[in-house]
Design a binder for this molecule. Structure first.
Ligand SMILES: *[C@@H]1O[C@H](CO)[C@@H](O)[C@H](O)[C@H]1NC(C)=O
Ligand SMILES: *[C@@H]1O[C@H](CO)[C@@H](O)[C@H](O)[C@H]1NC(C)=O
Ligand SMILES: *[C@@H]1O[C@H](CO)[C@@H](O)[C@H](O)[C@H]1NC(C)=O
Length: 409
C-alpha cells in the first residue's frame, strides 16, 4: 500500500508537523493572552498615570503661583499666633485636620509662589482692624522668616523668579479687606511698606468708600475717595484685588485703574450664580484690562452646592478660557479660608490633580504655563511698570462725616 504507506508516511509527517504547529500556535496564543492580560492594565494604568505624571513634570518646570491662602488666619484662630512651639515642617494633617496647608503638602502640590492672605474679620471694622491687620502681617513675615529654608519673602515678579531659582516658595502678602486701612491712604502706604502687594478692596463688609459683594451697597460702588484709594494703589504699585466687591465696585474700578487688576479668589458666575463669582460682561472688562481671575476652589462657589470635584473646578477654567481666553486665568484656591473643598482637591498637595484633568481636556503645556505662572507674572510686571512711586503721595483725608464712628478720635 504505497499509497497507504505514502499516505501513512505523509500523514505521519503532516501529523507530526501539525502537532508542532499546534503547540507553537497554542504557545503563541497563550503568550499573547498573558501579554494582553499584563499589558492592558498597565496601558490603562499608565494612561491615568501619564496625565498626573505629565502634570507633575510640567509643574516641576512651572510651579503654581496661587493668589489666596488663609494659613495665617488658621494660626490666629487656632493658636493665637503662637507658632514657636509647633513645627511647620511636620505633616499637620493629624494635628489640624481642618487645615489644608503645611510644608510637606505645599511641596507635593508644587506650589512655587503663594500670596498669603492677611485677613481679619469685618467685626473689627471701625474698631481694631488696623491693629489686627498688623498682627497678621507680623505673623506672615515671622513664619516666612522662621522657615527660610522653605519660604522666601517676595514683593516683585523678579523676586518670585529668584525665589524659585533658589528652590524656595516665593511668599507674597495680600491684605484681604480694605477695612484694615481704616479709610487712610497713609495706612495703605504703610501696609505696602511692610510688604503687602495686593489689597482686596473689601471683605464681606462695605467700607466707607467701596461696596462689598454681599451687603448693603451703601456707596453705590466706589466713592470719590474709593477712586483715590485705587489711584494711590496704582501709584505705589500694589495690586487692586476685586474679589469680594460688588459688581458696581468692580465696574467702577475698571473705569479708573491704570494697572491690570486681579481677582485673587473668584470663579465664573455663569457656572455658579453667586455674588462672589464674576459675571460674563465683567469678565470682558477684565480682558480689556489685561488682568487675571484666579479661580476659587470653594465648593459653594464652584457648584453653588456643598459638594464639588476636580471636574467641576476644571469646568470654570474651560468656561473662562472659551469666553475670554487663557491669558486671564490663574489659581486662587482659597485653602484654609473655606470649610468645604472639592473631592480630588482636598488640600495644597492636590494642584497636580487639576492640571492632570486639564491635560486630559487637551490643554497644552504653553497654556498650562500661562495659568500656573505667566499670567500673574505679566500682571505684576505691568503693575510695577505703571507705578509712579516718585510722584507725590495723595494726602487727602476721607471726609469726617463718612467715618463718624465712636472709636475714631
Ligand atoms: C504651645 O505653647 C502653648 C503655651 O505657650 C501651649 O498651650 C500649647 O499646648 C503648646 N503647643 C504645643 C504643640 O506644644
Ligand atoms: C448693613 O446695614 C445694616 C442696617 O443698616 C447695618 O447694621 C450693618 O452694619 C450694615 N453692614 C455693612 C457691612 O455695612
Ligand atoms: C465629578 O462629579 C460628576 C458628577 O457630579 C461626575 O460626573 C464626574 O465624573 C466626577 N469627576 C471626578 C473626577 O470624579
Amino acid at each position: 500500500m504505497p499509497n497507504d504507506d505514502k499516505y501513512r508516511i505523509d500523514s505521519g509527517r503532516v501529523s507530526k508537523s501539525n502537532k508542532t504547529l499546534f503547540i507553537f500556535v497554542g504557545a503563541l496564543i497563550l503568550a499573547a493572552a498573558i501579554a494582553v492580560a499584563i499589558a492592558v492594565p498597565i496601558a490603562l494604568n499608565s494612561n491615568v498615570k501619564t496625565n498626573l505624571e505629565t502634570a507633575n513634570e510640567i509643574l516641576d518646570k512651572y510651579p503654581i503661583i496661587d493668589g489666596h491662602n488663609d494659613w495665617a488666619w488658621q494660626f490666629r484662630d487656632n493658636l493665637q499666633n503662637v507658632i514657636n512651639n509647633i513645627s511647620l515642617w511636620d505633616d499637620l494633617t493629624e494635628v489640624y485636620p481642618d487645615s489644608h496647608t503645611d510644608i510637606p503638602r505645599l511641596k507635593k502640590g508644587k506650589v512655587g509662589a503663594q500670596f498669603w492672605a492677611c485677613f481679619v474679620h469685618c467685626n473689627s471694622a471701625h474698631k481694631d482692624a488696623v491693629r489686627q491687620g498688623l498682627e497678621q502681617m507680623d505673623m506672615i513675615r515671622r513664619f516666612i522668616e522662621a522657615y527660610s529654608d522653605t519660604f522666601q519673602f517676595a514683593t516683585t515678579a523678579k523676586d518670585i523668579e529668584d525665589a524659585n531659582a533658589a528652590g524656595k516658595i516665593a511668599s507674597l502678602i495680600g491684605v484681604e479687606g480694605g477695612h484694615m486701612i481704616d479709610s487712610s491712604l497713609a495706612a495703605l502706604r504703610m501696609y505696602y511698606a511692610l510688604g503687602a502687594r495686593y489689597m482686596t478692596l473689601t471683605h464681606s463688609c462695605d467700607t466707607p468708600w467701596a461696596d462689598a459683594s454681599n451687603r448693603n451697597y451703601s456707596n453705590g460702588g466706589l466713592t470719590d475717595f474709593g477712586k483715590r484709594v485705587v489711584a494711590e494703589m496704582n501709584r505705589i504699585g500694589i495690586l487692586v484685588d476685586i474679589s469680594h466687591v460688588s459688581d458696581q465696585t468692580m465696574k467702577d474700578v475698571f473705569s479708573v485703574t491704570t494697572a491690570p487688576v486681579i481677582y485673587s479668589h473668584s470663579s465664573a458666575r455663569h457656572l455658579c450664580d453667586h455674588v462672589r463669582n464674576v459675571p460674563d460682561d465683567i469678565l470682558q472688562l477684565l480682558k480689556e484690562n489685561n488682568g487675571i481671575i484666579m479661580i476659587n476652589f470653594y465648593n459653594d462657589y464652584v457648584t453653588c452646592s456643598t459638594t464639588a470635584n476636580t471636574t467641576d473646578v476644571a469646568d470654570h477654567f474651560d468656561y473662562i478660557k472659551s469666553l475670554i481666553g487663557v491669558e486671564y486665568l490663574g489659581f486662587g484656591a482659597d485653602y484654609d479660608g473655606v470649610t468645604r473643598v472639592p473631592t480630588g482637591l482636598e488640600d495644597v498637595s492636590t494642584y497636580p490633580n487639576l492640571v492632570a484633568e486639564l491635560l486630559k481636556r487637551g490643554w497644552t503645556e504653553d497654556e498650562l504655563r500661562m495659568i500656573t505662572r505667566d499670567n500673574l507674572l505679566r500682571v505684576l510686571r505691568k503693575a510695577e511698570s505703571v507705578a509712579r512711586p516718585s510722584n507725590d503721595p495723595d494726602e487727602t483725608w476721607i471726609s469726617a462725616s463718612s467715618v463718624n464712628y465712636p472709636c475714631r478720635t
